[in-house]
Write a protein that binds this ligand. Structure first.
Ligand SMILES: Nc1ncnc2c1ncn2[C@@H]1O[C@H](COP(=O)(O)OP(=O)(O)OP(=O)(O)O)[C@@H](O)[C@H]1O
Ligand SMILES: [Mg+2]
Length: 337
């Protein structure tokens, strides 16, 4: 549906995007994930039409839109800072795009009220000025405004980053529900890996103007293609050469294992490797417990489900159970590139 082919973007002498290739399918929730400055917003702005790429093409449903004006692309946009009109009412903010399209008053009214209901904004709130609303409510206004014109595509740039943690989780669930309900092809930008993993059908992981991997949440998390991806997408242990050897991994490689793949004091299964460790510290999260454990010359972190019975205290000797199959290995040269 949306295709970026060999996109290069330059700001003077600085190349912000090097040969970006992405193909977003119809109805897909597709996320650009990566650290600050890696080129997520620049890629999104190239799709929406704010940036003219030096090379490459953007097409939607096979039509080349690389040089089509922003307003002719039929793409809904939600930015981090909402870009709402603060002194106008919520109603007028949502109605704005429909007025620009010169729709009849009655039709505007019907559409505004319909979308407001979908994002849980009451009639009372519609009459208020945007500045009188909370951050989460303003966020819903921004989403309603982007959806009301019925775009086939919606682009969102860190739309939840100004909200507190609880509201962020609540709104992201709503976003996902609406996206599925409307079937809108969505491109979502975030630097929050948890947000990316929970929301996305597929994720593109960016680094320094390149895409390192495109895949489903499970592919990027459990089968990280590069060392950068494996480090960026969730917590992980780098294994010492000694522990690598014990697991039958090549100690010359950079070997990693995720925290939840390691277990403490369980009955080893076939092909598991058991190493003696000493608990250094534990963090109690309720749902799970995170341990830091001395394992030979290194410390590793382990996450165990909290079963309410097996809780290990600092100083305690434990059996650390690992499986060689869970090791993700990267060549040292690849890192130096
Ligand atoms: N208008 C501009 N002029 C010059 N350089 C720019 C411009 N816009 C972006 N850049 C540079 O391009 C690179 C990518 O920026 P971009 O805004 O795409 O990053 P990002 O991944 O969205 O980061 P963040 O998570 O901080 O929003 C950065 O190094 C940035 O400084
Ligand atoms: Mg950005």
């Amino acid at each position: 549906m949306i295709e970026l082919k060999n996109i290069v973007v330059k700001f003077d002498n600085f190349t912000a995007l090097h040969n970006i290739n992405v193909h977003v399918k119809e109805g897909e929730f597709f996320t650009f994930l990566g650290p600050s400055g890696c080129g997520k917003t620049t890629t999104l702005r190239t799709i929406t039409g704010f940036i003219d790429p030096a090379e490459g093409t953007v097409s939607v449903k096979g039509r080349d839109i690389t040089h089509v004006a922003i307003e002719d692309r039929n793409i809904g946009i939600v930015f981090q800072s909402y870009a709402l009109f603060p002194t106008m009412t919520v109603y007028d903010n949502i109605a704005f795009g429909l007025k620009v399209k010169k729709l009849k008053k009655a039709e505007i009214d019907r559409k505004v009220r319909e979308i407001a209901k979908k994002v849980d904004l009451s009639d009372e709130q519609l009459a208020k000025a945007v500045s009188q609303l909370s951050g989460g409510q303003q966020q819903r206004v921004a989403i309603a405004r982007a959806l009301v014109t019925g775009p086939a595509i919606i682009c969102m740039d860190e739309p939840l980053s100004n909200l507190d943690a609880k509201l962020r989780v609540q709104l992201r669930n709503e976003l996902k529900r609406m996206q599925k309900e409307f079937g809108i092809t969505t491109i979502y930008v975030t630097h929050d890996q948890e947000e990316a993993l929970t929301l996305s059908d597929r994720i593109a992981v960016f680094n320094k103007g390149y895409i390192e991997q495109i895949g489903t949440p499970n592919e990027v998390y459990n089968h990280s293609k590069t060392e950068f991806v494996c480090n960026f997408i969730g917590d992980i242990n780098r294994l010492s050469p000694e522990v690598s050897r014990a697991l039958g991994a090549d100690p010359a490689m950079h070997n990693y294992i995720r925290l939840e793949r390691i277990h403490v004091n369980v009955e080893p299964k076939q092909s598991d490797v058991v190493l003696p460790g000493t608990v250094e510290s534990m963090e109690y999260y309720g749902l799970y417990i995170k341990y830091t454990i001395h394992l030979g010359s290194q410390t590793i972190k382990v996450i165990e489900k909290n079963d309410g019975v097996n809780i290990y205290e600092p100083g305690q000797q434990v059996k650390v159970v690992l499986n060689p199959r869970d090791v993700m290995a990267y060549s040292a040269e690849e890192v130096a590139k």
